[in-house]
Design a protein around this ligand. Structure first.
Ligand SMILES: NC(=O)c1ccc[n+]([C@@H]2O[C@H](COP(=O)([O-])OP(=O)(O)OC[C@H]3O[C@@H](n4cnc5c(N)ncnc54)[C@H](OP(=O)(O)O)[C@@H]3O)[C@@H](O)[C@H]2O)c1
Length: 350
């Protein structure tokens, strides 16, 4: 049995990565490919790495072009998906890679995004540990609406959730993360052109204003069973893909005497059965290259014995596990397919 899938935003980075993975998915038939300004042109003009779809013509993104599919992936700018999703039938699986349906707090949406609040959908991070001992995947089976996490929240939430779920960490998180330029999408901006980015790194969204901050706090609060604050500083790195995040939190007052082996064991146990998450052997550190093109999360955790802070470093590919791979993983769960179907485990290093 094949499921018929449409991709809206097919000319963009997230749409291109969805299609790269979907052409290798054994139970998918690719239907409509839609976008905005590129409607009428061939997909090959925008995604030349997908020769098997090169002759397909991009259609406008309307409820008519998206009708008649079992699954609709939306890879549109935030704000563009709410109206389209609302017009699609309830029995169609709609998987939104944008931010419109991620936040459960309308006030957080108003503060960080603004505009109309479209409500929240089941959150597509299957491995996320929740305070009651369950995982987020239990909420995705059979879902017909899924909000795909942001790329930074995927990395940061998976890096720290085990410590919060185990009651090991205090709620004062500091994250500094580097992202490749594809995290900002394909549209032209002067700060993203090659001569600005090559050979240079720079922070942006400094001072608690990055839009992914409330999403990280929302996820970690679910793991902790109480509020968590995140101070988040993103940086732009001279690479096309990849996120490397360094996430720290103090040991909770009740766990202040925990030793490095106890800390490590918590993360190892949390991810022992997770096919996409690897806690690296002691002394090895995550590298973005090892996760490129793969739906994987590489992480390492240590205790800084002097500051009594736990440091979790994590690498993902922002377009694979951080967007399209995560989206397909959640869609597999919603459709009752094996969670790992069609998703690569091997990276691209060097
Ligand atoms: N890039 C990442 O690493 C990443 C990670 C996680 C989540 N996401 C999310 O995924 C979504 C897409 O991101 P992206 O990086 O792929 O952006 P992108 O490269 O700029 O692509 C945007 C796509 O949306 C289409 N589009 C723009 N405005 C539209 C409208 N009003 N109606 C219909 N289609 C419209 C564009 O079509 P035309 O080219 O025809 O104009 C293009 O296909 C965003 O919500 C983003 O936050 C991205």
């Amino acid at each position: 049995m094949s499921v018929r899938v449409a991709v809206a935003g097919a000319s963009g980075y997230a749409g291109g990565e969805l299609l790269r993975l979907l052409v290798g998915h054994p139970q998918v038939e690719i239907g409509a490919l839609t976008a905005s300004t590129s409607a009428g042109s061939s997909l090959g003009e925008h995604q030349p790495h997908l020769p098997m779809l090169a002759e397909r013509v991009i259609e406008p993104t309307t409820t008519q072009t998206l009708a008649g599919h079992d699954v609709v992936f939306l890879a549109l700018p935030h704000g563009a998906s709410g109206e389209i999703a609302a017009a699609l039938p309830q029995d169609v699986l709609v998987v939104d890679c944008g931010a419109d349906h991620r936040l459960s707090d309308p006030a957080a949406w108003a503060e960080f995004y603004g505009g109309g609040y479209a409500g929240s959908w089941p959150y597509g991070l299957p491995e996320l540990m929740l305070g009651d001992g369950s995982r987020q995947r239990d909420r995705l089976r059979g879902a017909r609406r899924i909000a795909v996490p942001g790329c930074y929240p995927t990395a940061v939430s998976l890096a720290l959730a085990p410590g919060f779920a185990a009651g090991l960490l205090g709620p004062d998180v500091v994250v500094v993360a580097a992202s490749g330029t594809s995290g900002a999408g394909k549209s032209l901006r002067p700060n993203l052109i090659g001569s600005e980015v090559m050979g240079s790194m720079s922070p942006y969204g400094v001072g608690g204003v990055h839009r992914h901050t409330p999403e990280m706090e929302q996820n970690l609060a679910l793991s902790a069973g109480g509020p968590v604050q995140v101070s988040f500083t993103p940086t732009l790195a001279p690479m096309s893909r990849g996120i490397l995040a360094t996430c720290t939190a103090p040991l909770a007052a009740t766990a202040h005497e925990a030793d490095p082996d106890v800390v490590r064991a918590v993360w190892q146990k949390a991810y022992a059965d997770e096919p996409f998450v690897s806690v690296l052997p002691s002394g090895r550190w995550p590298r973005t290259a090892d996760t490129l093109g793969a739906n994987t999360v590489h992480l390492q955790v240590v205790l800084d014995p002097r500051t009594r802070r736990v440091i979790a470093t994590v690498a993902i590919d922002n377009l694979t596990k951080g967007t399209a791979g995560g989206a397909i993983q959640s869609a597999n769960l919603a459709l009752g397919l094996p969670e790992t179907l069609g998703l690569p485990l091997a990276g691209l290093a060097p």
